[in-house]
Design a binder for this molecule. Structure first.
Ligand SMILES: CC(C)(COP(=O)(O)OP(=O)(O)OC[C@H]1O[C@@H](n2cnc3c(N)ncnc32)[C@H](O)[C@@H]1OP(=O)(O)O)[C@@H](O)C(=O)NCCC(=O)NCCS
Length: 203
């Protein structure tokens, strides 16, 4: 059943203002530039060297090829502006195995609701096409913009779910000086996402 659904995958998803699509080789330069922007990377352990950006892009594309879903490249007006999508959580924690939603956009396009718009499409894809029952997000609690995006998506946080990220050393500090190891976990179920999109449609 699941394999049949994934086999019908569309290669791109359109939203009102954005295109979520598979990555292309020419996304690399703007992707490298985002990894060097201290504001974009404020809540991550370090800026991203070119080699590491290439590796990340390769990993993202491999996940798509393997799973039939992943972190899409986000295009605005024909320009690559970052990524948003869903992916399998690549470490073990109290909530895994799980599929996470994630996003990272170029600084120039923050503040217009693009992350929320892209993430709504990614959630719908995860629930309606892939057939997931729950999607999670995790972030350092100081990342207020991302927390706000989670809230706007209808994701909820139970502090009892907070966890220490197993790939991050104790005492690690992010590019912007925030404690890096402790993460907040947000969750949303397929049933809740259905309720919220029905409510949005009836408005
Ligand atoms: C997180 C990110 C994708 C948000 O992109 P965006 O397109 O600006 O997001 P949206 O416009 O959809 O929503 C942002 C919300 O945060 C709010 N916000 C902005 N700054 C804020 C702050 N300092 N504190 C709290 N909320 C804030 C905005 O007002 C908006 O909410 P609103 O619609 O209720 O007004 C973008 O900031 C980013 O790429 N950050 C770096 C990468 C990152 O941290 N990714 C997550 C790692 S887990």
């Amino acid at each position: 059943m699941l394999a049949g659904r994934i086999a019908r995958i569309t290669r791109a998803v359109r939203t009102e203002r954005l295109l979520l699509r598979e990555w292309r080789d020419d996304d690399l330069e703007p992707w490298v530039a985002m990894g060097r922007d201290p504001e974009v990377m404020r809540f991550f352990p370090s800026l991203v060297e070119r080699d590491r950006a290439v590796e990340a892009m390769t990993r993202i594309r491999a996940h798509h090829a393997r799973e039939g879903f992943g972190f899409w490249a986000v295009e605005l007006g024909g320009t690559f502006v970052g990524f948003c999508g869903i992916g399998r959580v690549p470490f073990e924690a109290h909530f895994t195995p799980a599929v996470e939603i994630g996003w990272r956009l170029a600084r120039s396009c923050w503040g217009h609701g693009y992350a929320t718009e892209a993430a709504r499409a990614a959630l719908a894809y995860g629930f309606d096409v892939v057939g997931l029952r729950e999607i999670v997000a995790f972030l350092v609690p100081e990342n207020a913009r991302s927390a706000r995006v989670c809230e706007k998506l209808g994701m909820t946080r139970d502090p009892a779910d907070d966890f220490d990220h197993p790939a991050i050393a104790e005492g690690a500090i992010s590019v912007g000086g925030a404690p890096q190891r402790r993460h907040a976990l947000y969750r949303i179920s397929a049933a809740r996402a259905d309720e919220l999109s029905a409510a949005r449609r009836s408005r």
